[in-house]
Design a protein around this ligand. Structure first.
Ligand code: AMP
Length: 394
């Protein structure tokens, strides 16, 4: 991947800068539950402000699919941004209002535009529609800074087309994230291990397939592991399962064996009779009852995963090992996080969900080599794909 243009390549003095940030934070009942992504956007905003620019922040929240949905308004996010910056951040509820504000914006002023995905064209599959929206957005600024790492794998108007219409550079976050991913891709310290979890195996098949040629060990937990166990003939009760992936999963297991890549699967799991925040019971993987649901890896597996992780010099982790949102099903994720922070080398936590999980379990970002803000984007990078938002900033 060619490297992205740095902020230092542009002169921001007196310029109106459009900053595409990633402020897609998790919300519960309208409250922000983890503001990691907002915090990650601060260094670039501070830099642009100090460099004498006025800043229009463009970002998305959730998937409103082109409709104005009040529960997905960026207003509370803009307020939190203002609090974290200790400065006023004004809010424009649409592009026309933003045009009036940006026309007379003074150096140092910061405005946040409403959820850009309220505009259907932002995510449209039609190139012309996206370009049309990008042109309207381009009238709001002189320069473009791409710093929304969590969205760089999307070919969206504010991520891809807009960058090409204005002189552009990558913000500090995008520059740092791409550097870390590049480190993972070219010449990682060995052994190199990957830990994957989360809900759906179909989301991770491509990355597993690509990584089979690059790593020594892949540990698999979370809901996705039950498709592996079922494909190997184990009875998995009512656990998550994607039978249409059985053939792919079996092919992965065969190829891993041929290449000498260790695929570490749990030997025990914690199950419950319902998908609820109740106490579970630990069983061997051959002891899951017909009505039971596997909600975490078991203690024996946690220990084996932790030992394997600690032997690695490079580790990438994406996806919790269990339903960490339920108090009795956090231990697998906790064990993996704890092992990761003991790695003698580079340990990368990849992704919004995994990052939120470690913070919810009481870990700090500084416990790890790097905590990425973009799960989907990191995975696609490691799949070997070109990411539109990085290509546009190269
Ligand atoms: P993902 O977005 O694919 O990384 O998935 C994250 C979600 O996977 C979390 O919300 C977890 O609760 C969920 N998850 C992890 N393990 C399981 C499991 N065994 N069964 C169901 N969901 C799970």
């Amino acid at each position: 991947m060619t490297s992205v243009k740095q902020l230092s390549s542009l002169d921001f003095t007196g310029k109106r800068v459009i900053l595409r940030a990633d402020l897609n934070v998790p919300l519960k009942d309208g409250e922000i539950t983890d503001d990691g992504r907002i915090r990650a956007s601060l260094p670039t905003i501070e830099y642009l402000r100090e460099a004498g620019a006025s800043i229009l922040v463009i970002a998305h929240l959730g998937r409103p699919k082109g409709e104005r949905k009040s529960e997905l308004s960026l207003k509370p996010i803009a307020e939190r941004l203002g609090k974290l910056l200790g400065r006023e951040v004004s809010f424009s509820s649409d592009i026309n209002q933003a045009l009036k504000v940006t026309e007379r914006a003074q150096p140092g002023e910061i405005t946040c535009l409403e959820n850009i995905r309220f505009e259907a064209a932002e995510t449209s599959k039609d190139d012309a529609e996206r370009l049309e929206l990008a042109k309207r957005l381009a009238s709001l600024g002189d320069l473009y800074v791409g710093d929304g790492f969590g969205a760089v794998h999307r070919k969206h108007a504010s991520v891809f087309e807009l960058a090409s219409l204005l002189p552009h550079a990558a913000g500090f976050l995008v520059a740092k994230e791409s550097e870390i991913l590049e480190n993972l891709t070219s010449n990682p310290l060995r052994p190199y291990g990957v830990v994957l979890g989360g809900a759906k195996v179909s989301d991770k098949i491509a990355v597993i397939t690509n990584l089979l040629d690059r790593v020594e060990m892949i540990a698999i937990g979370g809901g996705m592991v039950f498709t592996f166990l079922a494909a190997k003939g184990y009875k998995i009760g009512k656990s998550l399962c994607e039978p249409e992936q059985f053939d792919v999963v079996r092919a992965i297991l065969t190829r891993a064996e041929q290449r000498g890549v260790e695929i570490l699967l749990p030997t025990d799991v914690k199950v419950a009779p319902e998908f609820k925040d109740i106490n579970g019971r630990v069983v061997g993987i051959d002891g899951i009852g017909e009505e039971e649901i596997g909600l975490d890896i078991g203690p024996q597996s946690s220990l084996a995963f932790a030992n394997a992780i600690k032997k690695c010099r490079t580790v990438f982790w994406n996806g919790p090992m269990g339903v960490f949102e339920f108090s009795d099903f956090q231990e697998g994720t906790r064990a993996v996080a704890d092992a990761l922070r003991q790695v003698d080398g580079l340990a990368v936590v990849g992704g919004g969900d995994s990052a939120a999980a470690i913070r919810a379990l009481g870990f700090a970002d500084s416990d790890f080599g790097y905590v990425s803000t973009g799960g989907g984007a990191s995975l696609e990078y490691l799949e070997g794909k070109e990411l539109p938002g990085l290509v546009a900033l190269s």
